[in-house]
Every structure is written in C-alpha cells, then in structure tokens.
Design a protein around this ligand. Structure first.
Ligand SMILES: [Zn+2]
Ligand SMILES: [Zn+2]
Length: 114
C-alpha cells in the first residue's frame, strides 16, 4: 500500500504515484509506468529484471512438472511389470497344475482387482 511519505513518483516527487513498480516497489506516476506482460514497472531495467525472474521461475516449475511425470511413468511401468509377473505366474500355475501357486496368484488378483 502507498503511504503518505512515499506517495510520490520515483521520477517526479511532486506527482502522486498511482502504483508501485512490481520489481523494486518504487512509486510510479501515470506518466512513468512501463507496462509489461506480467506487471507494470518504474523503468525498462526493472521490467527486464522482473521478466527474467518470472521466466526463470516458470522454467523451474516446468522442470519440476517434468520430473513428476517421469516418476509417474516409472511407477506405471513397475505396476505393469508386476501385473505381467502375476499373470505369468498364474499361467504357469495353471499349465503345470500347481494349485498352491495358482491359488496364491488368484488371491493377489482378487486383492488388486484384475
Ligand atoms: Zn522499479
Ligand atoms: Zn513520474
């Protein structure tokens, strides 16, 4: 919020500031606003600094998202391998007529629901 002591524009102390620079927080009058895609600033320098910061933050977020999806696909692969193993064991139990083996596999399949 703007308080009385800092209500002037950073470039024109006599003019009232209408907003604060998104990068450095300086008061800016209507005439001095530098508009950008993600905020308004007191100078080109601040605009560039903030845009670089936002881009970096978005890049980091993107990397986290990628990492997360990689973890999910690894989990899915493990699940598929486990399911395949269980089905394979069940077939083995049936083919070689091993009731204990197919019984265990049947129970696991009941629990997992497939
Ligand atoms: Zn600024
Ligand atoms: Zn100004």
């Amino acid at each position: 919020m703007l308080d009385a002591s800092q209500a002037g524009c950073v470039n024109h102390p006599t003019k009232p500031a209408v907003l604060r620079c998104k990068q450095c927080g300086a008061g800016v009058c209507k005439q001095c606003i530098i508009p950008g895609p993600v905020g308004r600033y007191c100078s080109e320098t601040c605009k560039q600094q903030h845009e670089a910061f936002v881009q970096k933050a978005q890049g980091a977020e993107q990397r986290v998202r990628n990492k997360r999806s990689i973890r999910w696909s690894a989990l899915l692969r493990k699940l598929v391998i486990t399911a395949g193993l269980i089905v394979g064991l069940g077939m083995l139990g049936t083919v070689f007529n091993i009731p204990v083996l197919s019984g265990i596999v049947f129970k696991i399949r009941m629990i997992l629901g497939f």
